[in-house]
Design a protein around this ligand. Structure first.
Ligand code: F6P
Length: 357
């Protein structure tokens, strides 16, 4: 008999269900005596013992379904050691629930914050296997996270659609792309859709360089310019501020996000007609693309293999197209960002894309 606890934590993304289906199918196809405990709304479910018993049937027909059948929530790692409003020790509560249910292991699907807590649970003696989800693709130890390719498709389509209207009206358009503190999503969607300027957090921008690029395009007869701007994009000026100074600036920040600030400056300094489009959470929604369905299924299947062998303490990821297992302690707390010197950045520059640097 195997007793497996499962949870999805942090911001959702596409293919979470496909990944869980992969884990369950691979285990139940090999072993008949399996109990699956689905903890609801992420770590909250494990903390408060809120779970549902699942069978193989619950994982049927969910390969293409977006979101997560278990629900998700954010449980910030920095607060995990702090008691909840009723004085409950959250880490102790998670351990107690794990032992009470006599679980063999926990399968945890999540991004950066989730992996810090997963590693903490491992350090506390629980058996944990994790799967890397996030549209941001910022998890250390894996070349790719599931959800990312689907989000690239969605952000690309948003920028594609902006092209025609930008052309009709001869406008400058900013499309703001998610990605938290990294630029993978913006870089890939920007290149895929032929954006003229790509701004990512890892390469701080100079607004005058952006204006130069717009003017250069106008001089060449281009009626419009498209900027793919990461939600975490930052100017060179702001990048020089200390954490404290930056926090102070943000206290009185009048814009909903960086794109609106850039738009305002461009209107004022370059006298251009600018519009901002923010696809926002559509990038995380809906059905996973075929790549993510296959990728998440492969990861799930390999996680199932580890569980069947009783090998715990790993995240299943991909390196050079091979599915691999990475020790959790190597993953937790590290961010995978775009290097300013990355080959893909150099190639994009050779194509004439400006990074505003
Ligand atoms: O981490 C995934 C992500 O979608 C980021 O790209 C974005 O910054 C964040 O989550 C949004 O979080 P929330 O859904 O809590 O607003």
């Amino acid at each position: 008999m195997k007793r497996i606890g499962m949870l999805t934590s942090g911001g959702d993304c596409q293919a979470l269900n496909a990944a869980m289906r992969g884990v369950v199918k691979s285990i139940t196809n090999a072993e008949k005596d399996v109990e699956i405990y689905g903890f609801l709304e992420g770590y909250k479910g494990l903390i408060y013992g809120n779970f549902t018993m699942l069978t193989g049937k619950d994982f049927s027909g969910i390969l293409t379904k977006g979101g997560t059948i278990l629900g998700s929530s954010r449980t910030p790692f920095k607060l995990i050691r702090e008691p909840d409003e009723n004085g409950l020790d959250k880490v102790e509560a998670m351990k107690q629930n794990y032992y009470k249910l006599k679980l063999d292991c926990l399968v945890i699907l999540g991004g950066n914050g989730t992996h810090k807590t997963a590693n903490l649970l491992r350090e506390e003696g629980l058996n944990v296997v994790t799967l890397p989800k996030t549209i941001d693709n910022d998890l250390w130890g894996t070349d790719m996270t599931f959800g990312f390719q689907t989000a690239v498709d969605i952000a690309t389509e948003a920028i594609d659609r902006i092209h025609t209207t930008a052309d009709s009206h001869g406008r400058v358009f900013i499309v703001e792309v998610m990605g938290h503190k990294v630029g993978w999503l913006t870089l890939n969607a920007g290149m895929a859709s032929g954006a003229d300027i790509i701004l990512i957090p890892e390469i701080p921008y100079d607004i005058d360089k952006i204006i130069d690029k717009i003017h250069e395009r106008t001089a060449r007869g281009s009626k419009f310019t498209i900027l793919a701007v990461a939600e975490g994009a930052i100017s060179k000026k702001d990048a020089k501020l200390s954490k404290k100074e930056y926090k102070e600036k943000m206290k009185n920040y009048k814009y909903p996000s960086v794109s609106y600030e850039i738009a305002d400056i461009l209107r004022e300094k370059a006298g251009v007609d600018v519009r901002v489009t923010v696809p926002g959470h559509t990038q995380r929604g809906g059905s996973p693309c075929p790549y993510d369905r296959v990728f998440a299924s492969r990861l799930g299947s390999e996680a199932g293999k580890l569980i069947l062998k009783g090998e715990y303490g790993f995240m299943v990821g991909i390196k050079n197209r091979e599915i691999i297992k990475v020790p959790l302690e190597e993953v937790a707390g590290k961010l995978k960002s775009v290097s300013a010197d990355a080959t893909i950045v150099k190639e994009a520059k050779m194509l004439g894309i400006s990074f505003g640097d």
